[in-house]
Design a protein around this ligand. Structure first.
Ligand SMILES: Nc1ncnc2c1ncn2[C@@H]1O[C@H](COP(=O)(O)OP(=O)(O)O)[C@@H](O)[C@H]1O
Ligand SMILES: CSC[C@H]1O[C@H](OP(=O)(O)O)[C@H](O)[C@@H]1O
Length: 396
């Protein structure tokens, strides 16, 4: 691991990124390298540098001092780059092979240098094109169980856990989630973004006091329950996949939060695909939803039995209580994600790319309906099979 020398922050150009990569010793000086900025996310620059002779490449991800999607009027801490790199490394300790390798961290320039995963496809893009990712749910279930169990109080000495809570304090990025997932979509706020034909449905959300009470409870969990080191933004755009491999990227929203948050965000982003698909290709997504929870819960349970350090680990009913709570939270957080990606800032392509307006609006109404149902009924939805049944019923 290289820790580069200190200097003042400046955002790199493609030419400077090549010089930077050579200075790190990742390529020899005489090579003619290619570089392009390939970032398509909301926040950062991503430079891909490669040697065209052998195709070998690296990625330099650089945080900007503002949110790229909005511009300089939305300043944003550069510290998020260090959080992201540290989370990749911490999660890599437990889910090796499911995250990219980090080659170097540069705190001053807010840079993470990492493995080039260009051989893979961003799962959201692939799923939209009906690509098949047979390992996706098994790998993500495993990633969730390993990273969340091993960074929780169930696996760590309390001093070590609290040290990590402090190391991963990420207030500015958490504030984005608090606003964009848990607050703005449920009020008539300026950041919201939706078609005028959805206004009636949106106004019904804004005036639904029962729904808002449940969202307030979920927001409180997010704000206060430091259960494990979360990825913090585990949508299908943060996952690279192929038929053989899965890699989770972009944990710049990492912090200590409720375990169900990561699980719920991933499930919600699969649910967008159940809305846009039909027939056998929709069944494939139902199977991914079921498998994600089954692999997560059985692996978590196995780790609990083998490795938990909690004195109450064998107390009858405690493990079941913990897993039931994670499940209920996950369903509630999934509901919030479904609503925010439909009417809030930062949508998902799964729905926005539907060209036919009538179809697009119908799909969005369905996302809002499922989101609302999940939030309101999360305590009654008792198993992943009942989630699938509910989705099948709504999507008849
Ligand atoms: N390690 C990587 N290898 C190859 N491409 C990458 C890698 N990391 C990011 N990218 C590309 O850059 C895009 C944006 O990266 P991401 O980490 O999601 O940025 P942001 O934080 O701005 O959302 C990804 O969708 C992907 O196309
Ligand atoms: C202004 S940030 C909006 C949105 O962007 C982040 O996504 P990503 O970094 O994957 O592009 C995150 O989901 C935030 O909620």
């Amino acid at each position: 691991m290289t820790i580069a020398t200190k200097r003042q922050y400046e955002s790199l150009t493609e030419e400077q990124a090549i010089v930077y990569a050579k200075k790190l010793g990742l390529f020899s000086d005489e090579l003619e390298l290619e570089c392009s900025e390939i970032g398509d996310g909301n926040l950062n620059y991503v430079f891909r540098i490669r040697d065209p002779k052998n195709g070998k490449g690296i990625i330099i991800k650089q945080a900007l001092p503002y949110a790229k999607v909005v511009g300089e009027s939305w300043p944003l801490t550069l510290k998020r780059a260090k959080i992201e790199a540290s989370a990749l490394k911490k999660h890599g300790e437990f889910a090796a092979g499911l995250v990219p390798e980090v080659y170097a961290i540069d705190e001053e320039l807010a840079i993470t240098v990492m493995e080039d995963l260009s051989r893979l496809t961003i799962a959201r893009e692939g799923l939209i094109c009906l690509e098949s990712y047979p390992k996706l749910s098994t790998d993500i279930g495993e990633y969730l169980a390993q990273t969340l169990f091993h960074t929780s109080d169930f696996a760590l000495h309390p001093f070590e856990k609290k040290k990590l809570v402090s190391e991963f304090s990420n207030p500015e990025l958490c504030k984005i989630t608090e606003d964009l997932i848990f607050t703005d979509p449920f009020f008539d706020y300026e950041t919201n973004d939706f078609e005028s034909s959805l206004r009636v449905d949106v106004e019904a959300i804004w005036s639904n006091e029962l729904l808002k009470l449940e969202v307030a409870k979920l927001k409180k969990s997010f704000l206060t329950e430091a259960e494990a080191l979360l990825h913090g933004d585990l949508h299908t755009g943060s996952i690279f996949a192929s038929e053989m491999e899965t890699k989770v990227i972009d944990p710049e929203f990492a912090f200590y939060g409720p375990i169900g948050f990561d699980v719920g965000l991933f499930l919600a982003n699969l649910i967008f695909q159940t809305i846009t698909r039909e027939g056998e290709s929709r069944v494939v997504i139902f199977e991914h939803i079921e498998k994600t929870w089954e692999v997560f819960s059985s692996k978590f349970s196995e780790l609990w039995k083998k490795e938990a350090v909690e004195s109450y680990k064998d107390t009858k009913g405690f493990e079941t209580y913990v897993l039931d709570k994670i499940f209920q939270d996950a369903i509630g957080f999934a509901g919030c994600e479904l609503i925010r990606r439909t009417i809030g800032l930062a949508h998902v392509k799964d729905l926005d790319r539907i060209v036919d307006e009538e179809q697009r609006i119908l799909a969005k109404k369905q996302a809002l309906q499922i989101g609302e149902l999940f939030i309101l009924n999360r305590k009654e939805i008792s198993s992943i099979q009942s989630v699938i049944e509910l989705l099948e019923e709504l999507q008849k």
